[in-house]
Design a protein around this ligand. Structure first.
Ligand SMILES: [Fe+2]
Ligand SMILES: [Fe+2]
Length: 406
């Protein structure tokens, strides 16, 4: 592949991955977008970790744009040995070391408690009272600590769409994704706690919308549609009246359905008027909503959802935060159904943070025979087997979650 094809050759220069430096602007890379962790092929390298990730994703050559970023530095100033890629273990278990199984057990417990807290909050909100936000802050802090110890455990549980009432489970998932996205963006612990609280509270205004409208299977009438769209403002007003005064959280509650191009609601904000926490909330919200089964829509496959979000990057969603979401869930998120090169169907059971195109999967179905086969756990990073494509479980009438129980 010629990276400089059809562009001004003077402005563009092909460089090896070992020559890549912070400050350079990438114009193209030599692998397909989903094989590297960044959604766009054109972006500024503003952090050393980007180079590490590209290297880990198997990128060998990139094309840089000299008009938008730095060129090659003089040979004597080059760093002799680039830093080793961070291993998943080193990245994940930065503080107290727990085994993966222990962290998953803790994460399950945190998720159960967070769901109960949201349930209590929503029933209080229905009665127009807010006793305390202390419980929200405490559980948000536990979630931040879990994600900080091992970013994958709590996130992987968001893939398991259980029997909890949708709004409760959704709020906990949005909080988890916002914390994990915030961690990717380098936010400090205090900001991560705010992101978590914002996720838990973002749909509190739904407590004030009749369930018959929220859960209506068919098409909403115009007046019902307008009523549903009241939930951000109803939530904001409820929290403000109760004396809740964390501005970023209130901002996320009021504006999580706004879009960059001004097409969202309730205020039709656009561009710079959408703060970072609002951009994080809108992406976490839409990702979890679309990957969940609702009375009025079938869940979309996670990889298809990421593709949809990616197509609306720049118009609806912030590119940097979409990149962070992909780094959080991987291109084949846990719970995804995938087709393997051996002709088997498998469910993704664990992410591979060094190469998200090669996660750990469990193969359980033979396409050729149309029959279930004995489940086999495969580390794709250590196997000749590859993912050919993702599949929609609905098309196969299969329930991949049966083969993935954390
Ligand atoms: Fe909402
Ligand atoms: Fe939501």
């Amino acid at each position: 592949m010629t990276l400089q094809q059809s562009h001004n050759a003077e402005a563009l220069k092909s460089v090896g991955i070992q020559q890549l430096r912070v400050g350079m602007y990438i114009h193209a890379v030599d692998v397909h977008w989903w094989k590297h962790p960044y959604l766009r092929s054109r972006f500024l390298i503003d952090d050393e970790s980007i180079i590490t990730s590209l290297r880990a994703a198997g990128v060998r050559e990139v094309c840089i744009d000299l008009t938008r970023g730095a060129g090659l530095v003089e040979p004597e100033t080059l760093v002799a040995d680039p830093p080793e890629p961070v291993t998943p273990q080193a990245r994940s278990h930065s503080s107290t070391s727990l085994s993966r199984g222990e962290e998953l057990e803790r994460a399950k417990n945190i998720r159960t408690r967070a769901t109960q807290v949201v349930r209590g909050l929503m029933s209080d909100a229905r009665l127009g009272k807010l006793q305390s936000t202390r419980e929200i802050e405490t559980i948000a802090n536990d979630m931040v600590e879990s994600v900080t110890r091992d970013s994958s455990a709590l996130v992987s549980l968001t893939s398991l769409k259980g029997k909890d009432e949708y709004t409760f489970a959704h709020s906990v998932s949005v909080a988890t994704l916002m914390i994990a996205i915030g961690k990717q963006l380098g936010l400090e612990a205090g900001q991560l706690r705010i992101a978590g609280s914002a996720g838990l509270l973002h749909d509190v205004g739904k407590a004030m919308i009749p369930a018959s409208v929220l859960n209506k299977p068919g098409t909403l009438t115009i007046s019902e549609y307008i009523e549903v769209q009241q939930h951000p403002r109803r939530g904001y007003e409820f929290l403000s009246r109760a004396g809740f005064d964390c501005r970023p959280t209130l901002d996320a509650v009021l504006h999580h359905h706004e879009r960059l191009d001004g097409s969202g609601y309730p205020d039709g904000l656009a561009g710079g008027a959408l703060t970072q926490i609002v951009r994080m909330a809108s992406i976490a919200d839409v990702y979890d909503a679309l990957t969940s089964n609702r009375v009025y829509h079938q869940a979309l496959a996670p990889t298809a959802t990421l593709g949809m979000i990616r197509r609306n990057t720049g118009t609806h969603y912030d590119a940097k935060i979409v990149d962070a979401l992909i780094r959080v869930v991987g291109i084949y998120p846990v719970g995804s159904l995938v087709k393997l090169s051996s002709g088997r169907l498998a469910v993704v059971i664990e992410q591979n943070s060094l190469d998200s195109s090669r996660p750990v999967v469990k193969a359980f179905f033979s396409i050729k025979s149309g029959l279930h086969v004995p489940p086999e756990k495969i580390h794709l990073a250590k196997s000749p087997e590859k993912i050919v494509t993702y599949e929609d479980p609905f098309d196969w009438k299969l329930e991949p979650s049966r083969y993935w129980q954390p």
